[in-house]
Design a protein around this ligand. Structure first.
Ligand SMILES: [Zn+2]
Length: 168
């Protein structure tokens, strides 16, 4: 069995390898009336489809791709901590960023500095909607109905990272 860090490293190498060895985007963002679809260009199959009116939260974060950063958007459409993710090197990323203003009323240009700097930090930020409250990092307790302290172990609850209210 591989140590955890090595497994993580191999997973990241697989994820990023096509970005190093290929110039063409791996996926295409296909904007639809009222939503979007993500296509895997290698298999020509859809990865997911979302309707804008079903979106509950939009996050941004970035990945350290061994020497440069890749910025991502995540759309949460369920009451679960699952995000439909798109990355800035996908085809039509800029068109998607424009749609965010038309559909959700904020400018990607206002969000970009929050995720981009400092470099190589994940900087996960909720940029629209209701932030998902993650479980307690110490004991795993579901904190969605809790206040400032985990009722199970007493750890202070981390506030979600949000953009300033003017952007939301
Ligand atoms: Zn706890």
């Amino acid at each position: 069995m591989l140590p955890f860090d090595l497994k993580t490293l191999i997973g990241r190498l697989r994820f990023f390898s096509h970005r190093w060895f290929g110039d063409d985007p791996s996926h295409r963002i296909h904007l639809l009336p009222g939503g979007m679809e993500l296509l895997d260009l290698a298999t020509r199959s859809p990865v997911f489809q979302i309707h804008w009116r079903g979106v509950k939260e939009i996050i941004t974060f970035k990945l350290d791709a061994f020497g440069y950063d890749i910025i991502a958007l995540g759309f949460r459409v369920f009451d679960e901590p699952e995000y439909c993710k798109v990355y800035e090197d996908y085809e039509n990323w800029n068109e998607l960023c424009d749609v965010l203003h038309d559909e959700f009323g904020f400018h990607w240009a206002d969000c970009f500095p929050h995720v981009a700097y400092p470099a190589f930090a994940e900087n996960r930020t909720t940029i629209w909607g209701t932030p998902w409250v993650p479980p307690c990092p110490q004991c795993g307790y579901d904190l969605r109905a809790s206040g400032h302290i985990c009722p199970e172990c007493g750890r202070p609850v981390d506030p979600p990272a949000l953009l300033p209210p003017a952007n939301r």
